[in-house]
Design a binder for this molecule. Structure first.
Ligand SMILES: C[S@@+](CC[C@H](N)C(=O)[O-])C[C@H]1O[C@@H](n2cnc3c(N)ncnc32)[C@H](O)[C@@H]1O
Length: 296
């Protein structure tokens, strides 16, 4: 298994090019982490191993659904039953690697299948409950620049403009500092016509989608979440110096946020292209003292 680590003052960031389930099975009794922050792969829609089609219109659907799944790849190439079983295994092993009184944070979307919507957030929550997690909060991530629906789904669905961020916890996990969570979302009050602001610690976040952040392109990763998400959420639920685990590191958004916010990091990514891209990106950040800033 390939791996890379970086040391900077007292912080350490580790990235492994491996199947996270296999990694967890081998290490969950030896390693303990202070937080898990992740987004699981989409179901059978995006081949993370295929290259995205380059198209001018960035809001059209442009994922490769050809190409072979990687060995042990979750999502692409699986049956729905196997996909949900992967959630079960992930929750079981996550409950072992996560210390008590800590948070398991999952960015997760819905599936639109023919004429029904499957709420993966609910399914994931039920799996997590089975292994001792409680649902503490649901943060709604509102996308400033959502994709429009593919034409064949338009008669059935509205455009999908938000994703769920599950905040699952074990035992007595507590928020570290709620004042740092700046929501900054305004709304117009229909009764009084005033522009109002949600309270700073409201459970909503509004940002651009990931690949439209500075320095990002969709061809680097087809399902990158914005670094704004971990940048805003991790400091709520973690203390500086905590060890954050991302089993599906992708383009390394959680890792980069850990560099920005002085957390230690441990991550897995199965796809060698994304793993190698992340190494280049992190080397670049560390060599040039460059910090990736939030998009909003
Ligand atoms: C939704 S993406 C994560 C995106 C990431 N949060 C980011 O911002 O770039 C899911 C990732 O999981 C990876 N993956 C799929 N199966 C895996 C497995 N068994 N172990 C580790 N990574 C896996 C995919 O290659 C993909 O990069």
């Amino acid at each position: 298994m390939n791996s890379k680590n970086w040391n900077c003052t007292s912080l350490k960031w580790y990235l492994y090019n491996t199947d996270c389930i296999d990694f967890l099975e081998k290490h969950c009794d030896k390693i303990k982490v202070d937080c898990i922050f992740t987004s699981p792969p989409y179901f059978n829609k995006r081949s993370y191993s295929g290259k995205c089609k380059e198209q001018g219109n960035k809001s059209s659907y442009m994922y490769s659904t050809s190409g072979k799944p990687l060995e042990n790849e979750i999502g692409y190439g699986q049956t729905f039953k196997d996909y949900i079983n992967s959630f079960d295994k992930l929750c079981q092993l996550s409950s072992k690697i996560l210390k008590d009184s800590c948070f398991f944070i999952v960015v997760i979307n819905k599936i639109r299948d023919k004429k029904k919507t499957i709420d993966l957030a609910d399914i994931f929550t039920n799996k997590a409950k089975k292994y001792g997690f409680d649902l503490r909060d649901k943060i709604i991530w509102i996308k400033n620049n959502p994709r429009t629906s593919p034409p064949n789904s338009m008669p059935y669905y509205l455009d999908d403009c938000w994703e769920t961020i599950l905040v699952l916890s074990k035992n007595n996990a507590v928020i570290k500092d709620r004042d740092i969570f700046k929501t900054n979302i305004k709304y117009k009050c229909d009764n009084c016509n005033n522009i109002k602001l949600y309270s700073n610690s409201s459970n909503i976040i509004m940002t651009n989608i990931g690949f439209t952040e500075k320095n990002s392109t969709e061809s680097q990763h087809p399902a990158k979440f914005p670094i704004t998400l971990p940048d805003k959420i991790l400091p709520l639920y973690c203390n500086k110096g905590d060890l954050v685990f991302d089993p599906f590191s992708g383009s390394g958004s959680t890792l980069i946020s850990c560099i920005n916010n002085e957390f230690n990091f441990l991550g897995c990514e199965l796809n060698p292209v994304f793993y190698n891209n992340t190494i280049d990106e992190v080397n670049n950040i560390l060599n040039h003292g460059k910090q990736l800033h939030m998009s909003t």
